[in-house]
Design a binder for this molecule. Sequence first.
Ligand code: IMP
Length: 197
Amino acid sequence: MNSQSNRILFATGNAHKLEEVRKVLKHLPYEIISLKDLGIDYDIPETGDTLEENATIKSTYLAERYPDYHIISEDTGLEVHALNGAPGVITARYGGPEKDAQQNMKKVLFELQGKANRSAQFRAILSHIFKGEEKQYEGIVKGSIAMKQSGNDGFGYDPIFIPEGHDETFADLGDEIKIKMSHRAKAVEKFVKSLEE
Ligand code: IMP
């Protein structure tokens, strides 16, 4: 394996996502390089209409600049049943243009007031480009939206998402439990399987 195929460039500026993916891949001989490591300190614009399109946009951005490397990107949406799948592709900016986690969670809790069905899922799409060929992997974790925020770990909507089979939010359960079952971990595990084939 040469240094290019040993390194995976991850098109993310999100330190939490980077940490989670590094943990899932830690037993494998790959070094995960982030946008920050590459000196890119801005977000790659997510202009797609779907998670799939946005994942492709982010990985293609890096693949055009680093054609010899494995490139991955990941786009996640929170899909709430009673909101017809919203926030979905606008998950990052549901509460306003600022990508503010507090505003986002506040809006979900507000929209669910009075609704009996609080079921929801996180859906992640991981895009992998190597030698010009793209493959995508999906990871889903089902659960429900809590009545109020709880917990200090994680990021984004973790304080209001209770994964199936648990009574506490991702933010209560903590990263070690989250990465055993999360949408992102499931997508990364499928990607790893394909690397090992
Ligand atoms: P993106 O995939 O970086 O565009 O993230 C979309 C939105 O989902 C952002 O508001 C993130 O904070 C949120 N998000 C992504 N992954 C997670 C997660 O694992 N837990 C909670 N929120 C997440």
